[in-house]
Design a protein around this ligand. Structure first.
Ligand SMILES: *Cc1c(COP(=O)(O)O)cnc(C)c1O
Length: 393
């Protein structure tokens, strides 16, 4: 079915889906590592690209292709590449777009291992990196060098909730001959479409909102340009970062409800944010849906809604936050985000523990910061849980 002119929810259900000979309502799981050629000539044609037939699952697989085409259409991109994990997506993109002697400018508050991979590993291959607060275009411009090739942005940033102006970054990227890569995990294509704002590549940890049910780990990359798409697919295939067919089936299943899950979680998050902002034990709260967020206006222009992620600090700092985390019962004390269940965690000692103290401070990842991912439970129960835990702090 051609869904190009259809609405977002219709695309979620139907984009990229092929009709099989039995009329299956769902996408079949092609759990096969390899595919039989019709003849020696057919095998040669598959390898030369003359034929579109499948060869081997690390290269491409019919079930995985459905997910790749679906998300590419949601993001208005050329095509997609599914990966084993979000980090599989990030490592494939770095490998494809960076080489020895080249330089990348990245948001300072990014997913911890995305930064660690550059600082600890790509640095060994003479790839240089600079981390700046990309919410400031001045900081980005000051960091660009003659050998800079990539501008890498996460917005809202993890876990500071800082927002970067994607259209402004795209202008900087064009003027300086860089490729703009956006990690869109926190928003999903329902809330934000970086390619429409001028980005070249968008990637996701589908572990989070896109799958949404905390039952698989996975990633996806979408490119706007066919040549860049080919380079990244080559990296994924050579690194062996491919998704598995059953994993893809699970993601396709979770993805169908993306918009209604996000709408519900966001409705809950707005209520929770209003509860927390007035609470006497809360020192500060950062949520893009509140006017107190420094980039509230920018968030409104590039995001369809404020989403369901927020960070806050308690009066009493880390010890108070720790007591809160030990006293919540409904919210799971766990990393990850974007699932149907409410999660709470402490980045400085958990997801971002690998960063050195100086970088953490510079990026605004303070010791008192607690990250909250609001789920789709009844909001009264989420608030009641927080209320009783805050009373014990
Ligand atoms: C979780 C996450 C990643 C990494 O994804 P994995 O699926 O855990 O490998 C990358 N970016 C962001 C913003 C994330 O939240």
């Amino acid at each position: 079915m051609n869904t190009k002119d259809k609405g977002f929810n219709t695309k979620l259900i139907h984009a990229g889906v092929f009709e099989d000979e039995f009329g299956s309502a769902t996408v079949p799981i092609y759990q096969s590592s390899t595919f039989r050629f019709k003849s020696a000539q057919d095998g040669a044609d598959c390898f030369s690209g003359k034929s579109k037939g499948f060869i081997y699952t690390r290269i491409a697989n019919p079930t995985i292709r459905v997910l790749e085409k679906n998300v590419a259409e949601l993001e208005n991109g050329y095509d997609g590449i599914a990966t084993s994990s979000g980090m599989g997506a990030i490592s494939s993109v770095y490998l494809a777009l960076l080489g020895a002697g080249q330089h990348i400018v990245s948001s300072d508050a990014v997913y911890g291992p995305a930064r660690g991979l550059l600082e600890q590993d790509f640095s060994r291959f003479n790839v240089e990196s600079t981390f700046v607060n990309t919410a400031s275009t001045d900081e980005i411009l000051a960091a660009i060098r003659p050998n800079t090739k990539v501008l890498y942005v996460e917005t809202p940033a993890n876990p500071t909730m800082n927002i970067t102006d994607i259209a402004a970054c795209a202008r900087i990227a064009r003027e300086n001959n860089l490729l703009l890569v956006v990690d869109n995990t926190f928003c999903s294509p329902y809330l934000q479409k970086p390619l429409d704002l001028g980005a070249d590549v968008v990637l996701h940890s589908v572990t989070k909102f896109i799958n949404g049910h905390a039952d698989i780990v996975g990633g996806v990359i979408i490119a706007k340009d066919p040549e860049i798409y080919k380079r990244i697919r080559h990296s994924m295939v050579y690194l062996g970062n491919n998704m598995d067919p059953t994993q893809a089936f699970m993601v396709i299943r979770g993805l169908k409800t993306l918009a209604i899950r996000i709408e519900r979680a966001q409705e809950n998050a707005i209520r929770v944010a209003h509860f927390l902002k007035d609470h006497p034990r809360v020192a500060w709260l950062k949520y893009p849906g509140l006017e107190s967020h420094p980039q509230f206006e920018l968030a409104k222009t590039q995001m369809r809604g404020p989403g369901s992620m927020m960070s806050f600090g308690l009066k009493g700092g880390y010890e108070a936050g720790r007591s809160l985390m030990d006293n919540v019962h409904l919210a799971l004390l766990a990393v990850s985000l974007g699932g149907v269940e409410t999660l709470i965690q402490h980045p400085a000692s958990m997801t971002h523990a690998g960063m050195n103290a100086e970088s953490k401070l510079a990026a605004g990842i303070t010791d008192d910061l607690v990250r909250f991912s609001i789920g789709i439970e009844d909001v009264e129960d989420i608030i009641e849980d927080l209320d009783q835990a805050l009373a014990k702090v």
